[in-house]
Ligand binder design. Structure first.
Ligand code: SF4
Ligand code: SF4
Length: 117
């Protein structure tokens, strides 16, 4: 153990930080909701096979919410949304230190008959 620590101090850092690189434009990465185009129809919720898109309640109102940690990047929400309100971006850098940061509450209020998950 002491030998390992001695080597760490003697040799120093042997890895390099790599600059962030852009993934291919065809890469399916982080899903983004364009709030301005969303009608709150909820079709994306029905289409999402993993429950990554759902509804969340806050202050007695029901909003569209996106849990990035559940997303399997299938693109079904994009296909279901006829209003161009969903983008599947090529952003592949979605790791965070706090998992709560992976839940995104959209400012979109869902149409009233949606069930809160
Ligand atoms: S993102 Fe698209 S499918 Fe989802 S609620 Fe908004 S308009 Fe409907
Ligand atoms: S890409 Fe697939 S898993 Fe991810 S939010 Fe859309 S439908 Fe759900």
């Amino acid at each position: 153990m002491f030998e390992i620590i001695r080597k760490i101090f003697k040799i120093g850092t042997v890895t390099n930080l790599q600059p962030l690189q852009q993934a291919s434009v065809k890469y399916r990465g982080k899903v983004k909701v364009e709030a301005g185009n969303c009608t709150g129809c909820g079709k994306c919720i029905e289409a999402c096979p993993s429950g990554a898109i759902g509804s969340c309640s806050s202050s007695d109102k029901v909003y569209l919410c996106l849990t990035h940690s559940k997303c399997i990047f299938c693109g079904a929400c994009y296909d279901a949304c006829g209003d161009n309100a969903i983008q599947v971006t090529n952003n592949c850098y979605i790791a965070v230190k706090d998992k709560n940061e992976l839940v995104e509450l959209s400012p979109i209020m869902l149409q009233s008959n949606r069930q809160v998950l």
